[in-house]
Design a protein around this ligand. Structure first.
Ligand SMILES: *Cc1c(COP(=O)(O)O)cnc(C)c1O
Length: 417
């Protein structure tokens, strides 16, 4: 394919995507209004941006940020902290906060995200202090045709009193599966609590935030601030939000039993987190448009893509099945070459901590590893699926997709390196 062919596919994509883009803008408008209403109701002011040091007692910004977050997510309490090192840390904190020896964690969307294997101790205790080492059991119910198997889930929690946490992952992660919608997870929440109110629903909300007008109902929603809700501005961090008791228990794991969320110096990071939340609905819209654009372009070149360009989304991930190791590397190289940072390096597969297969990651980001910025990655295993996500601006996202398309060309033909 010539450069001109690729550009004309891009034009065709934009002509087709008009209505989809309007719908995305409408959601971003509604969520932005919700964010601004929360800022007003919680009286966000300049004093919230002052950092504390030491214990961080009476950090007004930290308290207001938690309150704003709860309003936006429709929850009762929140823990939004720069000192969650990533999403996995926030999820681990939530799980260790709720589960006790003898309890069972029941994952109902199949196997959780790869980096949780070690946290849970899947396949038995690892001696490193996993949940399994502390005598917490783990069970799993797969999705059925991409959907939650509600009858099986309810029967399991009725018959197994040791189930304390029902765990669900909204986004597909590194799997070829449907992303669950906020409505489906809210339905799960009602169903679970209709049979037992002594279990907690914990939702891995990574990559899902603000793709839809409403967030799922859950006892805990957990995510990373270098993905959607950090808006591309937060420098690091994560969040846990949900019902007050569940958030309190998680807070005792983050710090200590007794001090919980009342301490923790913010070191001047509050402003980035407030500003990130302010930008997030818009940033997510940019990423969603980039994803739809990618779906159109790669489908046109003959690749299998999930979801299709027409489909409304509940996360920002676009998968492209390359069926070829070299194409996968070439696609990631194209994305990298269009990045604002490190555009001159070629991403290569490597054995990354927490993942079982070699992984390739294209990410030329202002914030290291921030996948709300345009990035492409995936484990190098058959069928060599690339997960594309992010895009701080649609214009830069589109540019990256066109460059990547130029590198891989039509499906089944040789890639250009
Ligand atoms: C990103 C992600 C996580 C957490 O990963 P970190 O790299 O630790 O932030 C967990 N679950 C899903 C579905 C994710 O996409």
């Amino acid at each position: 394919m010539t450069e001109r062919d690729i550009i004309s596919v891009g034009r065709e994509a934009e002509a087709a995507l008009g209505e989809v883009f309007s719908a995305i803008d409408e959601t971003a408008g509604k969520v932005t209004a919700k964010v601004l209403d929360a800022f007003r109701e919680e009286r966000v002011s300049d004093s919230c941006f002052a950092g504390t040091a030491g214990y961080g007692y009476d950090d007004r910004g930290r308290e207001v940020l938690d309150a704003v977050w709860s309003r936006v997510f429709g929850t009762g309490a929140s823990l939004v902290r720069h000192n969650f090192v990533n999403g996995t840390h926030a999820l681990s904190t939530a799980l260790f906060g709720l589960l006790r020896p003898g309890d069972v964690m029941l994952s109902v969307s199949g196997k959780p995200y790869d980096t949780l294997d070690g946290v849970i101790g899947i396949g038995g205790g690892n001696g490193d202090g996993s949940l399994a080492d502390f005598g917490v059991g783990y069970e799993e119910i797969p999705l059925e045709n991409g959907k939650l198997n509600i009858p099986e889930i309810l029967s399991r929690i009725k018959n197994e009193p040791r189930v304390k946490v029902v765990f669900v992952q909204r986004s597909k992660g590194y799997m070829n599966r449907r992303t669950l919608t906020a409505e489906e997870i809210s339905g799960l929440y009602s169903a679970v609590h209709s049979v037992r109110n002594d279990v907690y629903l914990v939702t891995d909300n990574c990559y899902g935030e603000f793709c839809e007008e409403r967030e799922p109902e859950s006892d805990l929603l957990v995510g990373s601030l270098i993905k959607n809700p950090g808006g591309g501005i937060a420098l690091t961090g994560g969040y846990i939000t949900g019902t007050p008791r569940a958030v309190e228990l998680a807070s005792y794991r983050l710090t200590t039993v007794g001090t919980g969320g009342e301490v923790g110096a913010t070191l001047g990071q509050n402003k980035n987190m407030f500003m990130g939340l302010f930008y997030a609905p818009h940033t997510v819209a940019q990423a969603l448009k980039t994803a739809h654009f990618a779906a159109y372009v790669f489908e046109k070149l003959g690749y299998e893509v999930y979801p299709s360009w027409r489909e409304r989304r509940s996360d920002i991930i676009q998968t492209v099945v390359t069926r070829d190791r070299e194409k996968m590397i070439a696609l990631c190289g194209g994305i990298q070459s269009a990045s604002p940072v490190d555009s001159f390096v070629a991403p290569a597969p490597w054995a990354m901590p927490g993942y079982s297969d070699e992984v390739i990651m294209a990410a030329g980001c202002f914030v290291q590893g921030a996948s709300v910025e345009l990035s492409a990655d995936g484990p190098l295993r058959d069928p060599y699926t690339v997960y594309i996500q992010g895009g701080l601006t649609y214009e830069s996202g589109k540019y990256g997709i066109l460059r990547a398309a130029g590198r891989v060309g039509v499906c089944g033909k040789d890639a250009k390196q």
